[in-house]
Design a binder for this molecule. Structure first.
Ligand code: MTE
Ligand code: MO
Length: 225
């Protein structure tokens, strides 16, 4: 009798894990890659978590990414809807003003694809990003397009953790870390060239360029359509 109960419980546990594996939006894989095309990468652990309000825990079932402002077709997309767009990857380095940096493989969708879907109006010149912790930043639309910036959901082949910006972080290539907004929930097309985000309002340069502001930038590689 006891044996049957034991077997029954084991069976239920197995069934539970089978379902848990299938139903998740969030893959379970959590081992980061260390190398990409022969290049040694930095680690997810190299960040110094110093966000304005600490890690944010987003309920992905209710999460919506809004794309609004000076657009003809405002959008509100679920996590899965965002990830239906073509997926790209690229190794990009984040440099924080505090003096540390980390070079990782980022995987996500092109900002351009999201913005085009919303049909921006002609007078839209800037993109303002808002996050769930009250953080905000902005980047000229042209810069986002020319650098083919990604909105990442993975770093080093692992899904972003809550402390790393889950569900999405902007890969603001060649811009200082404070432009790499995490936990993005709203993207507003705007004509406000003088908008200043959280750190920009507190004295940090609104351009935040590092490296080569005139490019050229290597295109991200397509992972899947
Ligand atoms: N939503 C949000 N995004 C944010 C921040 C923040 O406080 N809130 N900090 C920025 C800064 S200053 C840097 S350097 C990068 C990486 O910071 P982290 O190491 O805290 O992840 O995230 C940026 N994105
Ligand atoms: Mo930073």
């Amino acid at each position: 009798m006891k044996k049957w109960i034991g077997l029954g419980i084991a069976g239920l546990v197995i069934i539970f894990f089978l379902f848990a594996n299938q139903s998740g939006n969030v893959p379970l894989k959590a081992v980061e890659i260390e190398e990409y095309e022969g290049e040694k990468l930095g680690s997810i652990e190299d960040f110094r978590e110093n966000s304005i309000k600490g890690p944010q825990y987003i309920d992905i079932e209710t999460y919506q990414l809004e794309i609004t402002g000076l657009v003809d077709t405002p959008l509100s997309l679920s996590y899965e809807e965002v990830l239906k767009k073509p997926i790209y990857e690229k190794v990009v380095q984040l440099n924080c003003v505090e003096g540390w940096s980390v070079r990782l493989l980022w995987e996500g969708v092109l900002m351009e694809d999201l913005i085009q879907d919303a049909a921006p109006m002609e007078d839209a010149t800037h993109v303002i990003f808002y996050a769930v912790d009250g953080y905000a930043t902005s980047i000229p639309l042209e810069t986002i397009l020319e650098r083919k910036m990604l909105l990442a959901y993975k770093m080093n082949d692992t899904v972003l953790r809550p402390d790393r910006g889950f569900p999405f972080q902007l890969v603001a290539e060649d811009k200082l870390g404070y432009k790499w907004i995490k936990w993005v929930e709203k993207i507003v097309l705007s004509d406000q060239s003088d908008f200043r985000g959280y750190w920009e309002k507190r004295g940090y340069d609104n351009t935040a360029d590092i490296g080569t502001p005139e490019g050229p930038w290597e295109d991200p590689g397509k992972v899947k359509d």
